[in-house]
Design a protein around this ligand. Sequence first.
Ligand code: SF4
Ligand code: SF4
Length: 115
Amino acid sequence: MTTYLAHFVDIDPSSLGAIARVQEVLAGVHQFKCTACHYCTDGCPMSIPIPDFFKAMNRKLIFENEADALKRYRSTAKKAGVNASDCIQCDQCEDACPQRLPIIKYLQEVADALE
Ligand code: SF4
Ligand code: SF4
């Protein structure tokens, strides 16, 4: 019989301060908290690869790696044949997003930063 968590070790209380600090820092970083579920993409009349654009933008926002963000954005846009600024603001995606992300505003941010 398999025993799960047989080697479970409780967290060292001395690590809790460091963990809390990391959580605090991450909470303060502006980023797009998209889970890439793709619920937003099926009905987009412009076929905008929303989560892929957000993933590219997060390379800039979280890791401050603008070169990688630009490379990922350009490659995604080229493959999809569409840019973030092609959004016609129909609102379909925001209604479909379980996280209720302000997708239209985020796409504008992507367009401003990476196009
Ligand atoms: S608001 Fe923009 S991204 Fe969202 S479904 Fe409409 S065209 Fe697509
Ligand atoms: S529905 Fe929301 S969380 Fe899911 S991929 Fe689209 S933007 Fe991201």
